[in-house]
Design a protein around this ligand. Structure first.
Ligand SMILES: [Zn+2]
Length: 265
């Protein structure tokens, strides 16, 4: 369930942007401004939104994340051996762990396989609602999705329009993983009145704990500047769970707070 749902129509989004230009402490991009919480938060509360992608391969992958006493969002891929068991395990902890669909989409690199349930450049537009419906049936408690890969598809206006029209009809939010700077997913979501946010930091492209820690600290600086940050890690990286385990208490002591993604939307 959404605790605070805001459906951002383009008109409302523009009003929000206009308001935020008056006296806000930073000047984030319009998309980032549009996804800010409307409820004012104290300047000392810097919000961290963690999303752990690529769950569904093995249930054991997400256990280290489920065990952390930290609110976060876990994005589950469809059609994998542990898709449904992962979704069920996350849902059992729905007070602090939020389940979303990790929707596979074709990337620009032709050798990379987005996996089962993907949207490809040659997928007929009328097929997209069927694909999304089938994928969501495996993670029935999900109230939103983000893209897995998708550097090609998130640039495709007609494909994004079809995805966002489905999200709007089915009361789903969409988080743009921003796997390419040319992604139009956030813009398409706003135009369709779909609640949206976008990734600021990938935590574990380099999976050494030192590198993940540096990325986490980079995210904390962004949160301090903007008021919030969306950081994405991966279920296949136990190092990421270890770094979150080490960092969350010092972060809380320094007035950072952790949230599931629907708090932002
Ligand atoms: Zn992914």
């Amino acid at each position: 369930m959404f605790r605070s749902v805001l459906k951002l129509t383009p008109a409302i989004a523009l009003s929000v942007i206009a308001l935020l230009f008056c006296g806000c402490r930073t000047s984030p991009s319009p998309h980032e401004q549009a996804s800010r919480p409307l409820q004012p938060t104290p300047d000392t509360d810097y919000q961290i939104y963690l999303i752990i992608d690529d769950a569904g391969q093995r249930l054991s992958q997400i256990q280290p994340f489920l065990e952390l006493p930290v609110p976060m969002t876990i994005a589950v891929l469809p059609g994998l051996p542990a898709t449904q068991s992962s979704a069920a395990a996350i849902q059992l902890q729905s007070d602090s762990k939020q389940l979303i669909l990790h929707q596979p989409m074709q990337p620009m690199r032709s050798t990379a396989d987005p996996g089962p349930g993907a949207i490809y450049s040659d997928t007929p537009l009328e097929e997209i609602p069927n694909i999304l419906r089938q994928n969501l049936a495996e993670v029935p408690a999900a109230r939103g999705m983000n893209n897995h890969m998708g550097s090609l598809i998130t640039q495709d206006r007609s494909k994004m329009n079809a995805v966002m029209a489905f999200c709007k009809t089915n009361d789903l939010f969409f988080v743009d993983s921003v796997t390419t700077p040319a992604s139009i997913a956030t813009q398409a979501a706003l135009e369709h009145g779909v609640p949206t946010a976008q990734q600021h930091v990938f935590l574990d492209n380099d999976r050494s704990e030192e590198a993940i820690t540096r990325q986490f600290e980079r995210g904390m600086r962004i949160a301090k500047d903007k008021g919030f940050v969306v950081m994405i890690g991966h279920a296949s990286s136990p190092e990421t769970a270890r770094v979150i385990g080490l960092m969350h208490q010092p972060a809380k002591d320094a007035n950072y707070s952790f949230h599931m993604i629907d708090d932002l939307l």
